[in-house]
Ligand binder design. Structure first.
Ligand code: FDM
Length: 211
């Protein structure tokens, strides 16, 4: 069947502050799509399984110190090292649900005071998401949910700065989801948006690049 042979998967990115529910909603999305017979994989950044990812992980857990620009470029390199695999999976028709992507990269680094354009530059040429699901939650609410681990960025004041940067980064691929709604409502909204996006990609929407 021709349609199936040439149709690509969708690149879906889930973004939001720590404790906004990204990870559990990504899991639910994966099992739903899987159950519906879609070909789908779940990814996340940072991908801590690579050498670059190990350096990032050691930085995040405060086992190593790195200059702000250096860690920024490592996060970016961690996406670049996955770019060709990402493209080939999408071209094979596999939809990817990605927990954090370049938006996290720019939002977190620029929240430290780095210039936002400087932060965006190394992301140029990475694959652009077809849909960004932003789980919107006030930083105070997210902090109340508890479970901030001891990782480097998990602090209320910093998360507030990150939220401001996310706002600046919104573009037409974004859908803002109220993450304070009941879990099932969030889930339902996400499912509908994702299925729409998958259909649009199947119909031949071309892959594009950031930004
Ligand atoms: N983070 C994540 C960044 O600072 N830059 C990036 O490019 C990415 C992908 O790493 F605090 C931050 C965001 C978060 C931390 O993310 C680890 P997880 O989702 O908690 O593993």
């Amino acid at each position: 069947n021709d349609r199936e042979n040439c149709s690509r998967g969708a690149l879906i990115v889930v973004e939001g502050l720590d404790r906004s529910g990204k990870t559990s909603q990504s899991c639910k999305l994966l099992s739903y799509l899987d159950g519906q017979g879609y070909s789908v994989e779940s990814w996340r950044f940072p991908d801590r399984s690579t050498c670059v990812g190990e350096m990032i992980s050691s930085y995040l857990t405060n086992k190593s110190q790195l200059d702000d620009r250096t860690i920024h470029l490592l996060f970016s390199a961690n996406r670049w090292e996955k770019r060709s695999l990402m493209e080939s999976k999408l071209k094979k028709g596999i939809t990817l649900i990605v927990d954090r992507y370049s938006y996290s990269g720019v939002a977190f680094s620029s929240a430290k005071g780095l210039d936002i354009e400087w932060c965006k530059a190394p992301e140029i040429g990475l694959l652009a998401p077809d849909l960004v699901l932003y789980l919107d939650i006030p930083s105070e609410k997210a902090a109340e949910r508890g479970g901030y681990g001891g990782e480097r960025y998990e602090q209320l004041e910093f998360q507030k700065e990150v939220a401001k940067r996310y706002q600046i980064l919104q573009d037409t691929s974004w859908k803002i989801i109220d993450a304070c709604l009941p879990i099932e409502d969030v889930e339902k909204q996400m499912k509908e948006l994702v299925v729409d996006s998958i259909v649009t990609c199947q119909k031949g929407k071309p892959l594009s690049q950031l930004w």
